[in-house]
Design a protein around this ligand. Structure first.
Ligand code: EPS
Length: 408
């Protein structure tokens, strides 16, 4: 079973990730991990922390001469900002309690601050916010990159692009499979907008907000500037596409094995995600069945396939062989430089919420994080179906399955 655990506070010594269950013999390229960590730090609207950190991972175990051993892989991303926070976040007991530096008693609406201090009975919301911070996603991206390397061996590739930031959305393309005027539009095999997932992602990568549509990208940047000037923040929607998946990952037989549910949990667990969609998602609720479900075709050599992909590559809790298309809706960052009303934890007086250094918009980063958590969930599904203590055994099992799919 493939699993991961992260540890570390935003301004502590560093972020730790433990990944257990990778097959032995998987080539691990540290530069691939650091490339994804770098991508996570980018995006127009990111805050001052990104000028401090140059996130790079160190591998502490589980990899030898560039290959996994089958034992747990431990990764660490050190916090450069730790030098500025040694006293605030030191694990050592304070010499003269309770003079704790940088305490937070004015919980920020939208963050974990208030719920966390009530749950853990803490007087200082910093005890909560240090872990609830989106800083933790650096550890998730490190873990997700290991999963991505396994997916690549299996012929699957993970892409993403931003489709909305605040009031600015990518126009729904007439070729979009959900367009009711084209119930059987010969949609591109990969995804909406008539582009392949790779094309979308390449265009997105060139955008400061990771949006594939140049006009929308420009308007998103402008919206972020306006939000910053107003002391507020913006959320948005990121779409993840995964190509090269065989049918049959996940299962219809039990609620907790359905891959759409597992992917939804993974995406929903990213800081600030408030909604998840598969394929058409909420739009399907408003369309009649004949404009939602994807007709099935068969060609010798190609086998079963669809010309549309409104299901987003998932049916009955299983991959159906089409491109996986999932979206995550990110709420606006909860720290506002024009803070909302809150109540002081100690005095119960009405006050303004505290202000922690923050981003104006982190949706472009959210897209990278979404790629990572989707990659990890899919790697779990691959290993659950094909097993393999070694990469060769995993690939042998997958190849036998793919042969059977074509022969039947
Ligand atoms: C982030 C690190 C944090 C924040 C941000 C994202 O660093 P710091 O708190 O030192 O500025 O910049 O996290 C949030 C905005 C949040 O609300 O959690 C990161 O590394 O992604």
């Amino acid at each position: 079973m493939l699993r991961y655990l992260t540890a570390g506070e935003s301004h502590g010594r560093g972020l730790v990730t433990l990944v257990e269950g990778l097959p032995a013999g998987l080539p691990v390229d540290l530069t691939a991990i650091n490339e994804q960590l770098h991508r996570r730090q980018q995006g127009y609207g990111r805050g001052g922390r990104m000028r401090i950190e140059q996130d790079q991972a160190e591998i502490l175990s589980g990899v030898r001469h560039g290959e996994t051993l089958g034992s747990p892989v431990a990764l660490v991303v050190w916090n450069r900002d730790w030098d500025n926070w040694r006293e605030v976040m030191s694990p050592e007991a304070l010499a003269e309690p309770p003079a704790r530096p940088r305490t937070v008693t004015r919980p920020r609406p939208g963050h974990a601050d208030l719920a966390g201090v009530l749950k853990f009975d803490r007087a200082d919301a910093r005890d909560i916010l240090e872990r609830s911070s989106a800083r933790e996603t650096a550890a998730r991206v490190a873990a997700g990159t290991l999963a991505r390397l396994l997916l690549r061996q299996a012929g699957a590739e993970v892409y993403s692009h931003v489709v909305r930031i605040g009031p600015v959305a990518v126009p729904e393309d007439p070729g979009n499979p959900g367009n009711p005027d084209s119930p059987d539009s010969p949609d591109s095999p990969d995804g909406p907008q008539g582009l392949s997932a790779r094309d979308l992602a390449e265009r997105a990568e060139a955008s400061p907000v990771r949006c594939a549509d140049p006009a929308a990208s420009q308007a998103m940047v402008q919206a972020i500037d306006e939000a910053k000037a107003q002391g507020t923040s913006l959320g948005g929607v990121a779409e993840v596409l995964v190509t090269g998946l065989p049918p049959g990952l996940g299962s219809h037989v039990s609620w907790d094995r359905k891959l759409d549910g597992l992917l939804a949990q993974a995406l929903m667990s990213i800081q600030s995600v408030k909604g998840v969609e598969v394929g058409l998602g909420f739009a399907a609720a408003g369309l009649p069945g004949h404009q939602v479900h994807d007709a099935i075709y068969f060609e010798d050599g190609r086998g079963f396939h669809r010309r549309t992909n409104r299901a987003g590559g998932l049916e009955g809790g299983m991959t159906n062989g089409e491109t996986l298309v999932v979206r995550a809706a990110f709420k606006p960052i909860a720290t506002l430089y024009r803070p909302l009303a809150t109540v002081d934890l100690t005095t119960h007086q009405a006050v303004e919420a505290s202000v922690e250094r923050s981003d104006t918009c982190a949706v472009p980063a959210g897209a990278v994080i979404a790629e990572a958590v989707v990659a990890f969930t899919l790697a779990q599904a691959f290993l659950e179906k094909f097993g393999g203590d070694s990469l060769t055994e995993f690939l042998r099992n997958l190849a036998a399955y793919r042969r059977r799919l074509v022969e039947r």
